[in-house]
Design a binder for this molecule. Structure first.
Ligand code: URA
Length: 208
């Protein structure tokens, strides 16, 4: 399993603003989308292309296009929706597979309440979206669901990850690569990432 901590200065800068306690809903929402867009650039760097010849303005010209598996983005409800627009900006033709899981605040384990996947998952690359990779429980269950549907190429895009969550994913699904803006220090005793961003869902949706 590879953990790509994307070191681009724009990501470092934007994530720094997102950590501010006083950030507005509008700014947090916009930045979540912008950072997701930048992370997507990295997460799709290895996609294969194929050459073909088209008619250009001055005659035939050889161009490249993405080859092979199509992409499905998999936002984990609700907070993952806050990253979706940024990803779809770069991959507008991607199908969206929605996974609804909530965290039982006592056990911290995920509970499934809604799953609607794109067709032909075995022919797709899945990009899971969730702002926070915390305990990893939600992510592991999401990967389980995608694999059950036949998906064999799965990547996760997160704003911030905790070492505990990364370890849990590595144990359960070592074939899944992750792309993150930062790996923070640890989880607190209620499963929040420190220093983290706080409750990313509340910050994106303006709820409390
Ligand atoms: N979910 C969040 O929104 N924040 C965390 O720190 C952990 C889980």
């Amino acid at each position: 399993m590879a953990v790509h901590v994307v070191q681009h200065p724009l990501i470092r800068h934007k994530l720094g603003i997102m950590r501010k306690h006083t950030i507005s809903t509008k700014d947090f929402r916009e930045l979540a989308s912008e950072v997701a867009r930048l992370l997507t650039y990295e997460a799709t760097k290895d996609l294969e292309t194929e050459k073909r010849t088209i008619q250009g303005w001055s005659g035939p010209v050889e161009v490249e296009r993405i080859k092979g598996k199509k992409i499905t983005v998999v936002p984990i409800l609700r907070a993952g929706l806050g990253m979706m627009d940024g990803v779809l900006d770069l991959i507008p033709g991607a199908k969206v597979s929605v996974v609804g899981l909530y965290r039982n605040e006592e056990t911290l384990e995920p509970v499934r309440y809604y799953v609607k996947l794109a067709n032909k998952m075995d022919e797709r690359i899945a990009l899971i979206l969730d702002p926070m990779l915390a305990t990893g429980g939600t992510l592991v269950l999401t990967v389980d669901l995608l694999k059950e549907a036949g998906c064999t190429n799965i990547r996760g895009i997160f704003l911030v990850a905790a070492p505990e969550g990364i370890r849990r994913l590595e144990k359960a699904h070592p074939d899944v690569d992750v792309y993150v803006a930062a790996v923070d220090e640890k989880l607190n005793d209620i499963g929040y990432i420190l220093p983290g961003l706080g409750d990313a869902g509340d910050k994106i949706f303006g709820t409390k």
